[in-house]
Design a protein around this ligand. Structure first.
Ligand SMILES: CC(C)(COP(=O)(O)OP(=O)(O)OC[C@H]1O[C@@H](n2cnc3c(N)ncnc32)[C@H](O)[C@@H]1OP(=O)(O)O)[C@@H](O)C(=O)NCCC(=O)NCCS
Length: 208
């Protein structure tokens, strides 16, 4: 295990000013084993009820991202988001989206503006990946954060509730289909939100 992961895992690191954060956007294939360990340690700290998933160097929960936005202070990971292009079925249409997930700011750095900065870097990464929409699902308690970052609830776009069907994350590898009736958020990239087709979303697999 890397020094960063060793020092970060047992306790939350001391509060670090946002100014100390250096952002980078990294292709999955360029991450080292130490990178994965440091990311997993930070994700386990932030999503503490899922920490058994982020064991060792497993730095993802469902679908493995293709691109990461990472903020670090030295070797310590302060913020992270994972992105992956995926076709999803919406109604009768196949739509290429960039799934965004594992959006996290290390607990000691939360509330300092780092999350907002992270979303700005995610926007740039969405542009780079070139799909027409960013898509994510989140709980009610965090929606305000994404709305401030320019994400729009799909319910508002379509004028009614949107259900998404996806295979749930599972630490032991078993996948069960989940139907989620709320919490879907869209980010315009190369298309207007109004171009989003009507109908249920079928991920046909796991989300990032
Ligand atoms: C959600 C999270 C990424 C936000 O990061 P953060 O660094 O605390 O957020 P910031 O300080 O940059 O806040 C940016 C803006 O969002 C607002 N905001 C932050 N968290 C919010 C929340 N839960 N609900 C509503 N608004 C929120 C802030 O008030 C701020 O608004 P302002 O620009 O008007 O001042 C972070 O709290 C976190 O990692 N939480 C645990 C993991 C999680 O829930 N991730 C999302 C999973 S989908």
């Amino acid at each position: 295990m890397s020094d960063a992961a060793q020092s970060a895992t047992p306790t939350t690191p001391a509060v670090t000013p946002t100014a100390a954060a250096t952002f980078s956007t990294v292709a999955e294939g360029d991450l080292t084993l130490d990178d994965h360990e440091a990311l997993a340690a930070m994700l386990a700290r932030t999503f503490d009820s899922y920490d058994h998933w982020y064991a060792g160097a497993r730095s993802w929960a469902g679908m493995q991202p293709e691109l990461r936005v990472v903020a670090r202070d030295g070797d310590v990971v302060l913020a992270h988001a994972g992105l992956r292009r995926q076709f999803v079925t919406v109604g009768d249409a196949d739509v290429l989206v960039t799934a965004v997930g594992m959006v996290a700011v290390s607990p000691a750095a939360q509330g300092t503006g780092l999350g907002a900065e992270l979303l700005r870097h995610v926007d740039a990464a969405l542009e780079r990946l070139g799909s027409r929409f960013g898509l994510l699902e989140t709980g009610e308690s965090v929606q305000g954060f994404y709305r401030r970052g320019g994400w729009v609830p799909l319910d508002d776009v379509t004028g009614g509730p949107v259900t998404g069907h996806y295979t749930a994350f599972s630490a032991d590898g078993a996948g069960v289909l989940v139907s989620q009736d709320e919490g879907w958020l869209l980010r315009e990239v190369g298309a207007r939100a109004a171009e989003w087709p009507a109908g249920d979303i079928r991920w046909n697999g796991q989300m990032v």
